[in-house]
Design a protein around this ligand. Structure first.
Ligand code: ADP
Ligand code: MG
Length: 308
């Protein structure tokens, strides 16, 4: 089957000599939900913007559904919808007009464009705002406007660059649901994010990019398999000097009132609570120390920094 996206040895050197991409390879299967993860400045937006012809590449090859971008740019563009990281619509234009106008770039007639705009503005809770000037929208609404605009020509591949940055948690969840549905309807989705939770919740396959290089490219499932343990912090009532050992669990006193517990993935927290009870340790509060994905991610990026 032909891939939705194929990137070979893609390089980008900006005019200020910044090597944003040092030759990346990437394949995204049709129907996939794919995350391009990486810290700020890793090269995510550069890669995305090259795919949609907002940035010119220095060298390398890109294919969209089997079509080389250099030879079939217009055709390739028909297949792609982009939600860029930066708001890039006219803030003095009305919401409806922004979406309908975009369809014009793809040669879609006005009546079809209006229908499509209505469908997506409704789905994205923006229909009431259709006659408002886009400047008056909130951050989350602006982001959703860009999603509606990206979908107006019904592209097979939707690319979202940090779609939920600065969007509050409720709207973020709604957006996840919306994009999930698009994927279940058969669309290929690529998103860049530095929220690992987002990738964990949504994506089937991931690549991690750091300093212009792909340092990991795998399925979300096997990536998470690498994360064996969860870390918890417990604040306790009173003070204790030490705590008896517990099998399958690494217990550490951080100070006299704080316990750190590393629990292996296959074991429940119950045994830990029983252990505390048996030893007359009363828990006042508990929290998870880091998202497990976060930890692995940081480790990978750190290793890359140190040249390992
Ligand atoms: P990310 O999206 O992963 O945060 P970017 O692709 O935006 O990363 O940036 C990658 C690197 O390229 C960074 O070092 C950034 O400063 C640099 N960069 C991005 N855009 C430009 C530009 N227009 N001109 C010069 N350097 C740029
Ligand atoms: Mg970016």
């Amino acid at each position: 089957m032909v891939n939705a996206l194929e990137i070979k040895d893609l390089k980008k050197v900006y005019s200020n000599d910044v090597e944003a991409l040092k030759g990346i390879d990437l394949e995204v299967q049709k129907g996939d939900f794919f995350a391009l993860l990486g810290p700020n400045g890793a090269g995510k937006s550069t890669a995305i913007n090259i795919i949609v012809d907002l940035v010119t590449k220095t060298s390398g090859q890109i294919k969209i559904f089997g079509k080389d971008l250099d030879q079939n740019l217009e055709e390739a563009k028909m297949h792609i919808g982009i939600v860029p990281q930066e708001f890039n619509f006219n803030i003095f234009e009305k919401v409806m007009d922004i979406v309908v106008q975009q369809a014009g770039y793809y040669g879609i007639d006005k009546a079809t464009a209006k229908k499509s705009a209505e469908k997506y503005l409704k789905q994205l809770d923006l229909w009431e705002k259709r006659n408002e000037v886009s400047r008056t929208l909130s951050g989350g609404q602006k982001r959703r406007l860009m999603i509606a605009r990206a979908l107006v020509h019904e592209p097979e591949l939707l690319i979202l660059d940090e779609p939920t940055a600065g969007v509050d948690i409720e709207i973020r969840r709604k957006m996840w649901e919306f994009v999930k549905n698009l994927n279940q309807g058969g669309r290929t989705i690529i998103l860049t994010t530095h929220y690992l939770e987002e990738a964990e919740n949504l994506c089937r396959n991931i690549a991690i990019i750091d300093q212009g290089q792909i340092i990991e490219n795998t399925s979300m499932k096997s990536f998470l398999k690498n994360v064996e343990n969860e870390l918890y912090i417990f604040d306790i009532k009173g003070t204790i000097k030490n705590l008896p050992e517990l099998r399958h669990c690494n217990l550490k006193m951080l100070d006299e009132t704080t316990i750190e517990a590393e629990v292996s993935k296959d074991h429940t927290l119950n045994m830990l609570f029983e252990h505390f009870k048996k030893n007359n340790v009363e828990i006042v509060s508990m929290r998870r120390k880091t998202a497990r994905l976060e930890e692995l991610f940081m480790k990978l990026v750190d290793n890359n920094k140190n040249g390992n």
